[in-house]
Write a protein that binds this ligand. Structure first.
Ligand SMILES: [Zn+2]
Length: 96
């Protein structure tokens, strides 16, 4: 696929790339679906420019020393492992 460098998260989705977040401390690689990441960034009003601000992420080992890399979706394991269910509140009230 040549040497194109994605300039926005939208380029990842167009070029069939996942967004990998690699931890420089423990070497773990967490791979995200680019369109899901894009929706999340839109909701947060974060910039979609690449390089993605890696400080938005924290590794399971608690390190924030992470970098984002492009991973072609062909590298996804088949089938994908089940995802951890995450329950988030629909709203939160703060005591006045
Ligand atoms: Zn780590």
């Amino acid at each position: 696929m040549g040497t194109r460098t994605p300039k926005t998260i939208g380029d990842f989705t167009r070029w069939k790339l996942d967004v990998g977040v690699r931890c420089r401390s423990c070497g773990r690689l967490a791979v995200f679906d680019a369109s899901e990441m894009m929706q999340h960034f839109i909701q947060k009003k974060w910039t979609m420019q690449v390089p993605i601000d890696a400080s938005r992420f924290r590794c399971a080992c608690r390190s924030r020393d992470v970098e984002t890399i492009a991973v072609h979706i062909d590298h996804r394991p088949k089938p994908l492992p089940p995802r951890k269910p995450v329950l988030t509140p629909i709203y939160v009230k703060v005591k006045q």
